[in-house]
Design a protein around this ligand. Structure first.
Ligand SMILES: NC(=O)c1ccc[n+]([C@@H]2O[C@H](COP(=O)([O-])OP(=O)(O)OC[C@H]3O[C@@H](n4cnc5c(N)ncnc54)[C@H](OP(=O)(O)O)[C@@H]3O)[C@@H](O)[C@H]2O)c1
Length: 337
C-alpha cells in the first residue's frame, strides 16, 4: 500500500476522556484487534482499518498475546503496520496488550505467574516491534497464583520499562479492588479496568464495578460494546455471510433468536428516533454511564469505524429513553454471550 500521512485534523473528530484520576487519556472510542487482524484475515483491510481509525481520532489500539488467529498474529500484523505507517506517531499512540489466556504449552503459557506475565510481555513486544506498550493488562484472574504475585509482576513490567501503565481485565469487583489496592501500595500506575459491558450485558455494572472504580480513581474501558455486532444494523435482515456469527465461534448463530431480534429491532427504532444508528446509540449509551472512560470496539471494515466514531456526538439520553431501553432489554431477556 502507498505511504501514509495521518489526517492533520484527527483530534477534531472525537472527544478524549481521562482514565480515572490518572494522566492516561483515551479517545471516547478505541479500537480492538481481537477479530479481523489475524493471519487468516486480509492484511490490506487491517491496514485500511488502522489508518481510518487513526485519521478519525482513534489513537488507542488494544491487543492481546493470543489475538489472531493464529494466536500472536494480530500482534505481528499490527507490528508490520506500525512499522510502515505509525512509527513517527508513536508518542501519540496508546497501545495495549495482555497476558493470561492460553498462549504456549506448559504451566507458564497462561494464567498469572510472574514468569508467565513477564515472558509473555517480552514476546508481545518482539512481535509488535515495540520498545514498550502503553498499557499491559493481566487478562484474567488466576485462581491458583496469589494476586500479590501477579501484581508484583505488573509492577516489575512497569519498572523495567516494558509498559507505562498497567490494568486488569475480567476480575470480579472484589478481586479487582484487591488488585488495585496492591498496585497502589506498590506505587504502580494501575489506572484502568477492562471488562465486558453493553446494553445487553449489564453484569459488571450491577456488580458495582463502576462505582468502585470511580471511588478509587481508576478508569473503565468496555469491551464488546456492540455485543459483538448484535447491537448494530448487522443482523437486522438475517445473518450476513461475512459476519462474525457465521464463524459461529465466539458469537454463536444459535444466540440470534427471534426473541433477541425483536428487542434489537425495537432498539433500532429508538435509535432512528434519536437520529442515530443502532451502533451509535449503543456506544453513546455506554459513554453516558458513570465510570466509563472509553468503549473498545471491534470492526471488520473502515466504514464501520467511520460510523462508530460519530457515537460520542449524542451521548445524552432523557430518563424516558433510558427507561425505554431497559424495558426493551429486560423483557424476558434470553441473551447469552
Ligand atoms: N479483555 C477481554 O477479555 C476482551 C474480550 C473480548 C474483547 N476484548 C477487546 O474488545 C475489543 C472489541 O470486542 P468486540 O470485537 O467483541 O466488540 P464489538 O464492538 O462489540 O463487536 C465488533 C463487531 O461488531 C460489528 N460492527 C462493528 N461496528 C459496526 C457497525 N458500525 N455496523 C455494523 N456492525 C458493526 C463487526 O462485526 P462483523 O465482524 O460481523 O462485521 C465487528 O467485528 C476486542 O477487539 C478486544 O480488543 C477484550
Amino acid at each position: 500500500m502507498n505511504s501514509y500521512t495521518a489526517n492533520p485534523d484527527r483530534y477534531e473528530v472525537m472527544p478524549c476522556r481521562r482514565s480515572g484520576k490518572s494522566g492516561l487519556v483515551l479517545p471516547a472510542v478505541s479500537l480492538g484487534l481481537w477479530h479481523n487482524f489475524g493471519s487468516v484475515d486480509s492484511f490490506e483491510n487491517a491496514q485500511k482499518m488502522l489508518r481510518k481509525a487513526f485519521d478519525l481520532g482513534i489513537f488507542h489500539f488494544d491487543l492481546a498475546n493470543n489475538y489472531g488467529p493464529e494466536p500472536g498474529s494480530a500482534e505481528e500484523n499490527f507490528g508490520k503496520i506500525f512499522a510502515a505507517d505509525f512509527k513517527s506517531y508513536r508518542d501519540e499512540l496508546v497501545i495495549s496488550t495482555k497476558a493470561g489466556f492460553h498462549m504456549w504449552k506448559g504451566p507458564f503459557g497462561e494464567w498469572g505467574s510472574r514468569k508467565s506475565l513477564i515472558a509473555s510481555c517480552d514476546q508481545s513486544l518482539k512481535r509488535m516491534g515495540l520498545e514498550y506498550v502503553d498499557i499491559f493488562y493481566h487478562h484474567r484472574p488466576d485462581p491458583d497464583t496469589p494476586v500479590e504475585e501477579s501484581m508484583q509482576a505488573l509492577d516489575y513490567i512497569v519498572r523495567s520499562g516494558r509498559a507505562l501503565y498497567v490494568g486488569i481485565s475480567n476480575y470480579n469487583t472484589e478481586d479487582a479492588l484487591k488488585a488495585f489496592t496492591i498496585l497502589r501500595e506498590l506505587k504502580t500506575p494501575g489506572v484502568i479496568y477492562q471488562g465486558r459491558f453493553n446494553m445487553l450485558g449489564r453484569e459488571l455494572e450491577k456488580s458495582g464495578m463502576f462505582d468502585m472504580l470511580q471511588q478509587i480513581g481508576v478508569g473503565g474501558i468496555c469491551f464488546s460494546p456492540l455485543a459483538q455486532g448484535l447491537l448494530s444494523s448487522r443482523y437486522l435482515n438475517g445473518i450476513p455471510e461475512d459476519s462474525r456469527a457465521v464463524r459461529n465461534h465466539f458469537l454463536k448463530k444459535d444466540s440470534i433468536t427471534p426473541d433477541l431480534m425483536e428487542k434489537i429491532s425495537k432498539l433500532n427504532a429508538l435509535a432512528k428516533r434519536r437520529n442515530q444508528t443502532l451502533s451509535q446509540m449503543a456506544l453513546a449509551w455506554l459513554l453516558s454511564r458513570p465510570g466509563v472512560t472509553s468503549v473498545l470496539c471491534g470492526a471488520s471494515s473502515p466504514e464501520q469505524i467511520a460510523e462508530t466514531v460519530q457515537s460520542p456526538n449524542r451521548c445524552t439520553f432523557s430518563q424516558d429513553e433510558y427507561d425505554e431501553i431497559d424495558s426493551i432489554v429486560y423483557s424476558k431477556i434470553k441473551y447469552s454471550r
